[in-house]
Design a protein around this ligand. Structure first.
Ligand SMILES: [Zn+2]
Length: 537
């Protein structure tokens, strides 16, 4: 058994007293973990002149920040990012290798939060739960240590974000489906009265028909370049320039306003569930996902990304003001980070230098290369062909084809790997067999941290820096092992936190053990991070 499997087995066991480090004198009544979906580390410096006094500046002026914080894994997408934050572990332990992967045993794709044994409350969409997450979150450790007296509630636009932050023992995770907040029967039999009342108020549909305008006068956005950039997506009829009409739910999703609704719902939860009301600590997880859609459609160099960031700053100001009035900020510890960064659009690079090499690489080109190489070597495969599933950076060969042709998996992987590696723009391709060996040898690389032996693919690949795996012509993406996707803000404020700016390296896996130390608890069992002792008072 590897040491990581050993760690996972004891995921729910609290660390013994001897390992609890630097237990602070001030215990928070409420831990607030805020995750912004797609917020690159450099945005804080870039947009800081336009921040209000008590949003991001609460952290930047009166809290602690780590300028060199990053994910040490290479699949920088939403579900893996959220899974790291409160477990302190990477996919090599927590199993969340991507937003979606291929379940080889069942022969079907698997969403990271899928669970067919439960149903949603308030929607007929597919069931969701933390079942696919291995190990414990800070909330799980807290609920265990207090015999369930602590409350753990998470709220997000996206299901996977609320669910991964909550962990296995959360009271509830809430997210938006259509125009309503929903949860899963995994957590509770029905929506609480306050949540039903919130839904009945039409909080989301009231945005329909209102345009999205810039928060500040247009001149403040001039530093971002022109508002109209041809490689921006038109965002489902919202257009490439301000003002963007919000005709319905789809456009609402692609606007900054889901963040406001999530903050409002989270504040209702604090009041109704009595979070932070007594000395038994509670945990509130909040996922602000609006930034991700806006970033994908318009790219990091856009007026829209600047605007969604500034609007989030004002939303944070309202949230922190509320927490101060209801609980007192001295009783709260707040950590803010992101699930990943984002890369620029290749077209923007080429506007500056037309000969710049980064391009969009259509994943279909990789499909074709692999299929041709496999057919040339082994002949045609039975339906559905040689590739069972391919969503960058994961490529799974068909288990049916491998069994039918009696080809050794390791040998077939080598053929597919060479085909992927031969495509222009590919930086590196690794086989599942390679990754398993590297993992056993204790290698600590991004791809190894993003690999889990029971779920990972036959070929794992990454593109050269600034290339995008995308078959379209507009928008941008994240998901690579390069710094623009890995580096995110890491901000702290509140009970037990010494103010200061730190240039020392910090990993996102350090958040969970640090929060645990602030609570006087052992870190979640699978945690791979360290306690950021430099920020403890
Ligand atoms: Zn994301």
């Amino acid at each position: 058994m590897s040491r990581w499997l050993g760690a996972a087995v004891f995921a729910f066991a609290l660390a013994d007293e001897g390992s609890a480090q630097a237990v602070p004198r001030v215990r928070p009544r409420l831990v607030v973990a805020i995750v912004v979906d797609q917020l690159r580390a450099d945005y804080l410096d870039r947009f800081r002149p336009h921040f209000g006094p008590n949003g991001f500046n609460l952290f930047l002026r009166r809290g602690a920040s780590f300028a060199e914080a990053r994910y040490e894994h290479s699949t920088t997408s939403t579900c893996p990012g959220h899974a790291v934050i409160l477990t302190g572990s990477y996919a090599m332990v927590n199993g969340i290798i991507a937003n979606e992967w291929y379940d080889v045993r069942r022969g079907r794709r698997e969403n990271c939060a899928a669970d067919t044994s439960v149903t949603l409350i308030g929607s007929s969409a597919a069931g969701r739960s933390p079942r696919n997450l291995f190990g414990a979150t800070v909330g799980d450790v807290l609920r265990t240590a207090t015999n369930g007296r602590s409350h753990v509630v998470t709220v997000s636009v996206k299901d996977r974000s609320a669910i991964m932050l909550g962990g296995h023992l959360a009271d509830a995770a809430y997210w938006i489906v259509d125009t309503l907040f929903v949860t899963s029967t995994y957590y509770r039999p029905g929506l609480p009265e306050w949540a039903r009342a919130y839904n009945a108020g039409g909080a989301i549909s009231k945005y329909f028909g209102r345009p999205w305008e810039r928060l500040l006068p247009a001149v403040a956005y001039a530093e971002m370049g022109p508002d109209d950039e041809p490689a921006e997506s038109d965002g489902s009829g919202m257009g490439r320039t301000f003002p963007h009409p919000i005709g319905g739910r789809e456009a609402f999703d692609r606007s900054p306003f889901p963040n406001d609704v999530v903050a409002e719902f989270a504040m209702r939860a604090v009041t109704a569930e009595g979070l932070g009301r007594d000395t038994v600590p509670d945990l509130l997880g909040i996922g602000f996902s609006a930034n991700d859609w806006v970033g994908h459609l318009y790219g990091p160099e856009s007026h829209e990304v600047m605007d969604v960031t500034l609007r989030l700053d004002r939303t944070l100001d309202r949230l922190f003001g509320f927490l101060d009035r209801t609980i007192g900020l001295r009783n709260v510890v707040i950590v803010l980070t992101a699930d990943h960064g984002v890369g620029p659009m290749p077209e923007v690079l080429r506007r500056i230098q037309p000969a710049a090499s980064p391009r969009r690489l259509d994943p279909a080109v990789i499909d074709t290369a692999v299929r041709r190489a496999m057919e040339a070597r082994y002949g045609p495969a039975p339906a559905p062909g040689w590739i069972a599933y391919h969503a960058p950076p994961l490529l799974y060969l068909s288990p049916v084809a491998l069994a039918a042709t009696r080809v050794r998996v390791e040998e077939a992987e080598r053929v597919a790997q060479a085909a992927v590696q031969s495509v222009a723009g590919v930086h590196e391709a690794l086989t599942g067999t390679d990754l398993a060996r590297l993992r056993e040898a204790g290698a600590e690389s991004g791809p190894v941290r993003s690999f889990h032996p029971s779920r990972s693919p036959n070929v794992y690949y990454g593109l050269q820096p600034y290339w995008l795996a995308d078959g379209g012509t507009s928008g941008t993406d994240h998901g690579s092992g390069w710094l623009y996707d890995q580096q995110v803000p890491l901000l702290w404020y509140g009970a037990g936190i010494a103010p200061g700016t730190h240039q020392t390296p910090a990993a996102i896996s350090d958040i969970a053990p640090t929060l645990s130390a602030l609570l006087g608890l052992g870190a979640p069992g699978g945690s791979q991070g360290r306690v950021l002792s430099e920020l403890l008072r």
